[in-house]
Write a protein that binds this ligand. Structure first.
Ligand code: BGC
Length: 748
């Protein structure tokens, strides 16, 4: 009977998907026909135009800065679209625009493409809508990726994808250069906060959830965008920790860690991929035939297109010195598998590639393949049917409902890492001193890719959003709150005033962290938190008053010297536009923290051991001794884990294993718990990590309530890239662990 019910249930759930699937296949056949037919009518110039992408700066009168409104140069635009027949235009310089302005810009571009080009191929506009529609005024800006990862909540990630797509599409833009599926395994890398953290499974799962929400199976729908996975592959482990500097990653670890999220993302339907701006093992991303063609296109059968990162084809000559001329750089990149060049300021790529084909240095077959891929995505994105902005969506930018979802994401993203004697939550009649450089700025909550590239123009932030200080004042009343900055990011300010105010308060909220940055400008030479901030902390701690440390930062700055002196610590990896309210809700118990660290928080600057380290990293004189472990995070309630049950002690190859555990809320208030399942492979031919995350589920429990969480371990979860670089499962013993409970099983 149970079996029957589950079959029935399966059909009910699956039926609509079958419908989508079959119409999808039919739709795909039609698209293939259209692509072939259009391609057969194109001249070489038209084809190479499609492979060319320029920045809007290349077709603008003024640069468009915070002081000058951007203005299109219609002559230059006509040159780009009509003379050079560019396939794509991107971005903005360098500030968000009103939605009407976006509509005007996109309409002018498409008018030219539709009315003045022979084949009327619409331009595919692409943008960095990173934690929301970055460059549309008033948009909903979510916690950044590392903070979203801290939620361990797929549903929230899916929703953030949905909302970002609606608001981007409402701006008239159908293509988003997001999500970042690099895994953040170097804590100093200035793009760490753009990742979903250090774990390959977490990154893959959240990437998939984002893709489902943002793009879904059909991105011709008005509310969806084509997404772009980036930066393929191996970008996130620079040896130096500095952006765009070399990585040394061997083939096996490349596949096991860095390629895996991209493979999963492609399976989930990603149709465009941006290339690693740096180099791996001496081969720049844009010259890497193995990764771009052999793996991505041949092995994985990726049907979409690859786009270069900013100016990176030129850089094969000007920076990486692998091409001895600009011509060789273009030849190398196109032959490696780059389909579209983000040139982005001029038409040199077009001119050079045209000549290379005419001189038989690049075969027309390769051009046809690239253009076919680009046209396929254009057809799938629906812009042939309607290249223009969908005006009816205008009302969907920054709605109250979106703000509410954003607030929920922000609340679930703030990690309580220390809470001595349950010092938090605070009572609302406390006299609080708020101090430190991250207390009263919206930009610190948001980081880069917010309104501007660097995200550091505080004056442009929406005044109706709350900083941490404003949110606290509004919650407990201004008369209960004193604010003294104490320091900026790197200098002490009115320190005596801060100390004297501390002495008069019941407790101090010490708000430290980082100023916004993005990409190379965010490079640092020391992971330790700025000395002025540590000095402020020490002075405040010395008052003997209870201190709550709030860290708002894009990467884990070292703070070991002040940890013992404070009662409670909240870590937030850029909680977004509702971050101020979320912090206040958590401080005063209007929200119960449920976030966990998606990275290992290092204790020392030279100790970057990650949670899924090899045995030797925690043996024979070494130790895994971080400030806080990956997955660490506290709540205001308590959870008891019990009855870990596995369906079998011995499984055979190809078999699944069910793992069940009971979780009980043993405290007095409602709370959510991210339940994490780790697997350890005890012995195998490639040295195993001590453990790896292979399942997570976020559940909410009322006081006294118990829920059973079930995970299914599949052969995929037990596999790894073997000595022969192939995915493999080896028989042997495994241990599954959830909380402090463990069970061993054997694979025969
Ligand atoms: C970044 C990409 C971004 C591109 C376009 C590059 O500098 O690396 O992540 O999508 O610019 O703005």
């Amino acid at each position: 009977m149970k079996y029957l019910i589950s079959i029935l249930f399966f059909y009910i759930l699956a039926a609509p998907n079958y419908a989508i699937l079959s119409s999808g296949v039919k739709g795909e056949k039609e698209i293939e026909k259209k692509v072939k037919s259009l391609l057969s009518r194109m001249t070489l110039e038209e084809k190479i135009g499609q492979m060319t992408q320029v920045t809007i700066q290349a077709v603008s009168k003024l640069q468009g800065t915070k002081d000058q409104h951007h203005e299109l140069d219609l002559e230059k635009l006509e040159e780009a679209v009509v003379k050079y027949k560019v396939g794509s235009i991107l971005n903005v310089y360098d500030v968000s625009h009103e939605i009407d302005y976006w509509h005007e810009v996109i309409t002018k571009i498409q008018d030219l493409a539709i009315n003045k080009t022979r084949l009327k191929i619409p331009v595919l506009y692409g943008i960095d809508a990173i934690h929301g529609a970055t460059y549309t005024k008033g948009s909903t800006l979510f916690p950044q990726a590392l903070a979203m990862a801290s939620t361990f909540n797929r549903q929230l990630e899916r929703i953030s994808g949905e909302i970002t797509s609606v608001e981007t599409r409402a701006s008239g833009i159908p293509w988003n250069f997001y999500p970042v599926l690099d895994i953040g395994r170097h804590p100093a890398w200035p793009r760490l906060w753009e990742t979903f953290g250090e774990d390959v499974y977490l990154v893959s799962e959240l990437g998939k959830a984002y893709i489902e929400g943002a793009q879904g199976p059909d991105f011709s729908i008005d509310t969806k965008t084509a997404i772009c996975l980036k930066h393929y592959a191996g970008y996130s482990l620079p040896l130096t920790g500095k952006d765009r500097t070399p990585a040394w990653i061997g083939e096996r670890m490349m596949r096991e860690y860095f390629l895996e999220p991209f493979r999963v993302g492609i399976d989930a339907g990603a149709e465009t991929i941006m290339i690693n701006s740096s180099e791996v093992d001496g081969i720049p991303g844009h010259a890497n035939y193995h990764l771009l063609t052999e793996v991505l296109k041949n092995e994985w059968k990726f049907k979409g297109f690859t786009v270069s990162d900013w100016e990176d084809i030129k850089r094969l000559h000007t920076r990486d010195n692998v091409a001895d001329s600009p011509e060789e750089a273009v030849r190398m990149a196109v032959m490696a598998g780059v389909d579209m060049s983000m040139v982005p300021y001029d038409f040199s790529f077009y001119e050079i590639l045209l000549k290379l084909v005419k001189d038989d240095k690049v075969p027309i077959k390769r051009i046809n393949e690239a253009v076919e891929r680009i046209l396929r995505v254009k057809f799938k994105s629906g812009i042939f049917e309607n290249p223009y902005p969908v005006k009816s969506l205008s009302g969907s930018i920054g709605t109250d409902e979106h703000a509410q979802q954003n607030l929920q994401a922000a609340r679930e993203s703030i990690i309580l890492v220390q809470n001595e004697n349950n010092f938090l939550p605070l009572s609302k009649d406390i006299k609080l001193l708020v101090t430190g450089p991250t207390a009263d700025k919206l930009m610190v909550l948001n980081g880069g890719w917010t309104i501007t590239w660097q995200g550091n123009e505080e004056s442009l932030y929406p005044q109706d959003k709350f900083t941490v200080l404003e949110a606290i004042e509004s919650k407990i009343g201004k008369s209960n709150v004193t604010f003294v900055p104490g320091s900026d990011f790197s200098n002490l300010l009115d320190i005596e005033k801060a100390v004297s105010a501390a002495n008069k308060s019941d407790a101090i909220l010490l708000c430290l962290g980082e100023t916004p940055y993005c990409e190379t400008p965010g490079n640092i030479t020391d992971l330790t938190l700025d000395l002025a901030q540590l000095e402020l902390a020490k002075k405040i701690i010395d008052t003997g008053k209870p201190v709550i440390l709030l860290l708002i930062e894009g990467r884990p700055r070292i703070i070991n010297s002040i940890v013992p002196g404070v009662k409670s610590i909240l870590v937030s990896f850029l909680p977004g536009m509702e971050g101020g309210r979320a912090v206040a809700d958590i401080l005063f118990g209007d929200a119960n923290p449920s976030a966990r660290l998606p990275i290992t928080y290092p204790r020392f600057v030279n100790d970057f051991t990650l949670y899924d380290h090899k045995q030797i990293e925690a043996k024979e004189g070494n130790s895994y001794n971080p400030q806080w472990e990956f997955g660490h995070g506290l709540s205001y309630t308590t959870f008891q884990y019990s009855d870990l049950i596995i369906s079998k002690d011995i499984i055979t190859r190809g078999e699944n294993l069910s793992v069940k555990i009971n979780i009980k809320n043993t405290g007095d208030i409602k709370g959510s718990e991210a339940v994490l399942m780790f697997i350890s492979d005890l012995y195998r031919s490639v040295s195993p990590p001590v453990k790896q995350l292979k399942g997570f589920e976020k559940i909410e429990l009322t006081p006294g309530q118990t829920r059973t969480v079930e995970f299914i371990i599949t052969p995929e979860h037990l596999s790894f890239y073997g000595i022969d670089f192939k995915k493999n499962v080896e028989p042997g013993k495994f241990v599954v662990s959830i909380g402090k409970l463990k069970k061993e099983f054997t694979l025969k």
